[in-house]
Design a protein around this ligand. Structure first.
Ligand SMILES: O=c1ccn([C@@H]2O[C@H](COP(=O)(O)O)[C@@H](O)[C@H]2O)c(=O)[nH]1
Length: 287
């Protein structure tokens, strides 16, 4: 089964919510945990237990694990392995990107079955050129994995690069979206090459002529909750493409911890919220 099909099934079953696993030092403190690698295991286990069967996926952010060195990476390995065991989809937020030969190394690290850091999907950066990401797309296709390409990020600084006009007159973000659409062409219920599109980007999608409804892949949307976006922003940004949107929430949900029952209540409430926002008048996925 392709990643696109697995994710579509999980979104239909549990709602279009992805819970971010971001063990910020401040959140660890709020949870009564010291800022150590062993706390990451406790934190990850709690988020996993609260999220399993209550949302479509989890998204561990590599940064918060790597800051603890090898012990933090071991905690990340453990989390990814446990999620695989319980059948919860993972998006490893690593935002990798490099020349093609090195990109193969990143693809092997995160998308090759049996790799210590194997995830169901990974986030990548297209700023060495969309084509440089080919090793990740190829390995993903071979093994039923997914790739999320940064298109319009949720931070305000992203615009200087992503809104820039490429030599053919399209905005850089439109080139990324069109390239993903080409890879997803004909896939059903949706393809396995997703985009990252922040819920905070205002009318950039319309202004830049980005055809999100033609991408035919998952649209991972951070920015809801702690970064200020909500229902109105999601509707503005995604319009007719909202059937493919997977909303990420990290701090907005994680602040309900450390008690797993409270955390699960927050996950269930967030999943219900995004379901009613995005699926109220269900928009068919193309494919
Ligand atoms: O454009 C982007 C890409 C990734 N992120 C990541 O998503 C979460 C958001 O966390 P919140 O606490 O819900 O704000 C975090 O891991 C970011 O690195 C993003 O925010 N924007």
């Amino acid at each position: 089964m392709t990643f696109g099909a697995r994710l579509a099934a999980a979104m239909d079953a549990h709602g279009p919510l992805c819970v971010g696993v971001d063990p910020h030092p401040g959140l660890l403190a709020q949870w009564g945990l010291p800022d150590t690698a062993s706390s990451l295991v406790t934190f990850g286990d709690a988020v996993l237990e609260a999220s399993t069967g209550a949302c479509a996926a989890i998204k561990p952010n590599a940064a918060f694990f790597e800051r603890h060195g090898s012990a933090g990476v071991a905690a990340l390995e453990q989390l990814l392995g446990r999620a695989r065991e319980v059948g919860l989809l993972t998006i490893l937020d690593a935002k990798r990107g490099d020349i093609g030969s090195t990109m193969q190394g990143y693809a092997d690290s995160y998308l090759r079955p049996g790799a210590p850091l194997e995830a169901d999907s990974v986030t990548v950066s297209p700023y060495l050129g969309f084509g440089s990401l080919a090793p990740a797309f190829e390995l993903a296709q071979e093994h039923g994995k997914g790739v999320f390409v940064l298109a319009l990020t949720s931070n305000p600084e992203g615009a200087e690069v992503q809104h820039a006009i490429a030599p053919d007159g399209r905005a850089v973000a439109a080139v990324v979206a069109d390239s993903a659409a080409a890879l997803n062409s004909g896939a059903s219920p949706m393809g396995s090459v997703g985009l990252v599109v922040g819920a905070t980007v205002g009318d950039a999608v319309q202004r830049l002529g980005i055809e999100l409804d033609r991408v035919n892949g998952p649209l991972l949307s951070p920015g809801v909750g702690a970064q200020g976006a909500g229902a109105a922003e999601l509707s503005l940004v995604f319009g007719n493409a909202r059937g493919c949107v997977l909303v990420n929430q990290s701090r907005g949900v994680l602040q309900a911890g450390p008690i797993v029952e409270k955390l699960r209540e927050a996950v269930v409430a967030a999943a219900a919220d995004v379901t009613s926002i995005l699926r109220e008048s269900q928009v068919e996925r193309k494919g």
